[in-house]
Every structure is written in C-alpha cells, then in structure tokens.
Design a protein around this ligand. Structure first.
Ligand SMILES: [Zn+2]
Length: 153
C-alpha cells in the first residue's frame, strides 16, 4: 500500500485534518519530500475553524537536524496566542504524492513543538509494509521513544 487507509487515519484524527496536511505538503516547492503540518485544537475540534495554523515546506530528513525551515516551524510561527491544548499533525509526501516512509518530526522541530503542542501525529511505514500512525507527545519523541521502525536508506 502506498498510503495509509482512510480507515486507519480516521482513528487518530479527522480525515479533514489529514487532507488539509496533504494539501499543505503538496504546496511545498520541494520535489522529493514535501511536508505539511496542521496545528489544531485537540480539545474542541469540530470544524476547520478549530485549525490554529498550517505550514508547508521543505525536505524532511527523518530525524536529523536540518537548517531549512520545516513545515512544523512554519506552522508554529503562524500560531495565534493562547492556543491551549493543541495537536500537530504532520504529513510528508514523496515525489509521487505518496506518503513518505516516515513523517516523524526532526529533533529541532520536536523541541519547538514541546512548547506549543501536547501531541504530535504522523504516519510511519513498518518493516512489513503496513502502516502505523504515531500519536505521541513531542517530549517523548525527544527522549527517544518510538524510534523509526525502518531505517532510512
Ligand atoms: Zn523539522
């Protein structure tokens, strides 16, 4: 499967949010890996009005620090004040608009997300070819939980 199924995605976030993140990713000027991020209300999400900010960018490097502005940083920079309990959902697409093997935020983005979001959600392809969705606090990501199940080669 090139992409996680809608059924799987919908178990973790409204499909509307996933599609919004895919649309952000598709806007990225990068050709190889295009990332989109949506920060939305985790406590009151009912409609698009509860999306706090969106961001797009930039090559995603699977956990290493990069100097370019990443989608997550872009979304954070556009956040209004006092967002409260918020979730950052990240989608990275390949050249063919398929989900990338792992859309995990890099260390720098995870550090920034700690200050603004309680939860980060992203998709990851398992070694058996199936998809998993990660829903985890950025703090735990930084502490090394949920390392990628497949090495980036
Ligand atoms: Zn990043």
């Amino acid at each position: 499967m090139n992409n996680p199924s809608d059924t799987l995605l919908a178990q973790y976030a409204p499909l509307e949010i996933w599609k919004a993140a895919e649309n952000q990713a598709a806007r990225s000027p990068h050709k190889q890996h295009k990332t989109g991020a949506i920060i939305y209300s985790g406590s009151s999400y009912r409609s698009r009005d509860d999306i706090y900010s969106t961001g797009c960018a930039h090559p995603h490097d699977g956990g290493k620090v990069s100097r370019s502005t990443h989608a997550e940083q872009h979304a954070i920079s556009r956040l209004p004040n006092n967002c409260g309990y918020s979730i950052c959902l990240i989608v990275t697409l390949t050249r063919n608009n398929h989900y990338a093997t792992c859309s995990r935020p890099c260390k720098g983005c995870a550090e920034s997300l700690c200050k603004h979001c309680c939860i980060v959600i992203y998709a990851e392809k398992c070694t058996d070819g199936s998809w998993a969705i990660r829903s985890e606090s950025p703090t735990r990501l930084l502490r090394g939980f949920l390392i990628p199940t497949k090495e980036n080669t």
